[in-house]
Design a protein around this ligand. Structure first.
Ligand SMILES: CC(=O)SCCNC(=O)CCNC(=O)[C@H](O)C(C)(C)COP(=O)(O)OP(=O)(O)OC[C@H]1O[C@@H](n2cnc3c(N)ncnc32)[C@H](O)[C@@H]1OP(=O)(O)O
Length: 780
């Protein structure tokens, strides 16, 4: 029975150049046997099959569910995803992506009615302490099962105790490719690897690069990339998932390197750029064949050579993480930024130092993230010295346009989740918006609500993946809240309960053992050495986002106010839901620091290292509710203040002065200024007399710290004076670099400015002695 339908499915898939799903629900061993039968019935050889499973010993290429990323950039005739024992939603995304047009995705699942009730090893990972795996729910699977039951292109077999008991619930056939219905058949334009588009007559890239293109769209992109050989050229490539933009970029990078260029490639992670490197390598190896070995391989450095391809002409294709690549862009001949929309605009600007540059972005899907690229950075690019070429890729590479499995996967994993369209929210006002809980049950019942809320979370943050959808629906420690206007989601916050851990778990954490979730308690306990920190109960904002059309209008602040009221300030009577403190951890920018400070959050930590992708230092902030929360903040505010006194001239020496100002301004621990008379003589002398900063740097440091923490009108300093205090006094940088950085005409002008900045500090913090000392100079 299964074999029969598989043959038909496969035939239809091949005719239409589409994919099909065969879901085999029931006993695992029976499922595995049935999958072997299905592969055979479909006439697919074992070499063209991959299986993702926790088990081993199959006749196919094997991957573990947690390592399904290995399938990235692979194409298979069939992929079998064994969903028993450990069902990882990310692995489903990878498995679908690896199946070629004409191929099959075979899912082995428990009986669909039972599946939502079964807890597996993935659920263990959602059971963040103090929650247990029984607290995890099965809504993601419930939703997935319902798509399997209803979506076109999915065949569903319920397995019996033996093959005779198998029941075919749906055959998954759509009728595509039959009779006159040729709308979805492969067209000439779908191309074929062997006979790809040919090179234009005056092509600058090798013919092999054009021959490797699978669609006309791709060869148009390649043609546009040729411009990168000329300085001052920028190419922007936009496409949906699976259109081959990374491959086209890889072919271009390889071709440029074959011509002797140094091509610098970056992406949020190397795995995003894996496709770029795979295509570049193929081209380089093919073209360099018979010359001089092609790609250099260095056995000693292993991995590194995958990220640094060399050509006989002295060219290279090399990978660097975004922050490092932005720094190095000026030294390369061409920079290629893949998944550019996932990077902050500030980093993207660094790439404008490259002689020529390509930006590739996914328009929809998880990688498509920030509107920063679409809006702000594009303007910046148009104003730059570059001649900009735009290319858009629409034609799917490996399957026909109407592939039903693409539609099914988009739906099941919400790959196409998007915030409400701008027009729908244009008239929303803060006062009219309604605060509401996004309970998983409500989200499951309302696809529009789910799509808009998840879409907003995705759009505001590039690191979203199918596992996050499962967390939103099933993880016991997460809650979501939103502001809704006219039924549309205009702002959303994803919140995680943290802390409340027992003494044994706290000790484990203190001793360095990894405790899942609990990000803020973990930082405070293991990094900042506070064994009691994981006791109080916190609510961390994992993510918050306002619809891009409504930013800066107060929605974000209002949403936080409501959350504070519900779980803190007014939450006492609410079923014991009141937390001891609210918290947040995020890549610190001056504006975000201000946003959180205004919402009542105070700094506990600023990380010493920068995040690879965003290039920012992470800030951890707390907003206490109860006495226990206040104790926690008091300890960590004081520790932060004391740490920064020395850390700013050490690990934090390069942090942006506005980030330092923002983090200190949000510090809740005041500085007691207690200087000796000798020190006051130096400070007063530097401000109004003949003294110098260098005679009492420690005194200046205390004053600067006090003034920046107290902030505002306390000591009447302007922005540049505050930056000067950070750069010179706290970060201890050389006069030349400070003068240069802050735009002073000379180092002596810079020194004088520091003297001037000391005057309001004497006024604010000076002792009687200091003020009398000042009189000596100002009385004349
Ligand atoms: C844990 C985390 O999620 S931290 C990351 C926060 N999320 C994001 O960065 C996603 C993109 N940004 C957004 O969605 C919004 O800009 C939010 C959530 C940061 C703020 O929401 P809004 O509704 O715009 O905030 P609201 O109008 O209440 O307050 C405005 C303040 O927010 C901050 N803010 C506003 N826009 C931005 C922005 N693009 N980037 C950083 N901060 C911003 C500023 O402090 C601003 O005050 P200012 O105009 O005086 O500088």
């Amino acid at each position: 029975m299964i074999a029969g339908v598989t043959r038909e499915l496969r035939a239809e898939a091949e005719r239409a150049n589409e994919r099909r799903v065969l879901a085999l629900a029931g006993d695992r061993d029976r499922g595995i046997d049935a999958a072997y039968d299905a592969v055979e019935a479909a006439g697919i050889v074992s070499d063209d099959v991959s299986i993702v499973s926790t088990r081993e010993g199959f006749r196919f290429e094997e991957h573990r569910p947690r390592h399904a990323d290995e399938l990235l950039g692979r194409t298979r005739e069939a992929v079998i995803l064994d969903c028993h024992e450990q069902f990882v939603p990310n692995a489903l995304g990878r498995a679908v992506g690896a199946v070629d047009g004409g191929g099959l995705l075979i899912l082995l699942t428990p009986a669909l009615d039972d599946w939502p009730g079964i807890r597996d090893r993935f659920d263990d990972s959602l059971a963040v302490p103090p929650y247990r795996v029984d607290d995890v729910t099965g809504r993601f699977r419930e939703r997935l099962a319902s798509t399997l039951r209803t979506h076109p292109g999915v065949a569903l077999g319920a397995l019996g105790d033996d093959p005779d008991g198998d029941v075919l619930e749906r055959d998954g056939l759509t009728g595509a490719g039959r009779g006159t219905d040729t709308g979805t058949r492969p067209t000439e334009a779908d191309g074929d690897a062997a006979a790809g588009p040919s090179a234009p007559p005056d092509a600058r890239f090798p013919a092999a690069a054009y021959a490797a293109c699978r669609t006309d769209d791709q060869s148009r992109a390649l043609r546009a990339f040729e411009a990168l050989a000329d300085p001052e050229s920028a190419v922007v490539v936009e496409s949906d998932r699976g259109r081959g933009k990374s491959s086209a970029a890889g072919l271009a990078a390889g071709a440029l390197a074959l011509g002797g260029d140094d091509v610098l490639v970056t992406a949020p992670g190397f795995r995003n750029a894996a496709e770029v490197f795979a295509r570049a390598r193929e081209l380089i190896e093919g073209e360099a064949d018979g010359e001089r070995g092609g790609v250099d391989r260095d056995d000693r450095t292993g991995d590194a050579t995958d990220r640094d391809l060399r050509t006989p002409a002295g060219g290279r294709v090399r990978f660097l993480p975004p922050a490092a690549a932005a720094e190095a862009a000026g030294e390369a001949d061409t920079a290629v930024v893949d998944e550019a929309a996932a990077l902050p605009v500030r980093l993207l600007e660094g790439f404008l130092d490259a002689p020529s540059v390509a930006f590739c972005t996914t328009v929809h899907g998880y990688e498509g993230a920030g509107r920063g690229f679409a809006v702000r950075f594009r303007e910046r690019l148009l104003d730059s010295r570059f001649a900009v070429r735009d290319v858009r890729l629409d034609e799917p590479i490996r399957y026909a346009r109407n592939d039903p499995v693409e539609a099914w996967a988009s739906r099941a994993l919400l790959l196409d989740a998007r915030p409400a369209v701008d027009e729908a929210v244009a008239d929303a006002t803060v006062d009219d918006a309604t605060y509401r809980a996004l309970d998983p049950a409500d989200l499951l019942a309302d696809e529009t609500l789910l799509g808009e809320a998840f879409g907003l979370l995705v759009a505001a943050h590039y690191r979203t993946e199918p596992n996050d959808l499962a967390r939103l629906l099933d993880a016991p420690n997460l809650v979501a809240r939103a502001l809704v206007a006219d039924g549309r989601v205009v702002a959303v916050a994803l919140l995680a309960r943290e802390g409340g851990l027992d003494a044994a778990t706290r000790r484990e954490m203190y001793e360095g053992e990894r405790v899942r979730g609990n990000m803020v308690p973990d930082v405070l306990t293991s990094q900042l050495r506070d064994e009691a920190a994981a006791g109080p109960r916190g609510l961390r904002t994992v993510r918050i986002a306002t619809h891009h059309a409504l930013r800066d209008a107060g929605f974000g602040s209002r949403l936080l106010d409501e959350v504070h009221a519900e779980f803190g300030d007014d939450g006492a009577g609410d079923g014991g839901d009141r937390v001891d403190y609210f918290s947040v951890g995020y890549g610190a920018t001056p504006r975000l620091l201000r946003f959180w400070r205004r919402a009542g959050y105070r700094t506990a930590h600023l990380s010493t290292t920068r995040n690879d992708a965003s290039g920012e230092h992470s800030a951890v902030m707390l907003r206490p509710v109860t006495a226990a929360g206040r104790d926690l903040l008091d300890r960590h505010a004081a520790a932060f203040r004391d740490r920064e006194r020395d850390g700013l001239s050490d690990a934090h020496r390069d942090v942006d002065p506005d980030v330092v100002r923002g983090a200190l301004r949000a510090c809740a621990a005041p500085v007691a200024v207690d200087l000796t008379e000798t020190e006051w003589r130096s400070v007063v002398g530097a401000s109004v007399g003949p003294g110098m900063y260098d005679s009492a740097p420690g005194a200046f440091r205390d004053l600067a710290l006090a003034a920046l923490i107290e902030g505002g009108d306390a000591a009447d300093l302007d922005d540049r004076e505050e930056r000067l205090l950070v750069r010179k006094v706290l970060q201890g940088r050389p006069w030349e670099s400070v003068a240069d950085d802050l735009g002073f005409v000379s180092t002596s002008a810079c020194r004088r400015a520091l003297g001037d900045a000391a005057a309001p500090l004497v006024e604010r913090y000076g002792t009687e002695f200091a003020l009398a000392e000042r009189e000596r100079f100002t009385d004349d």
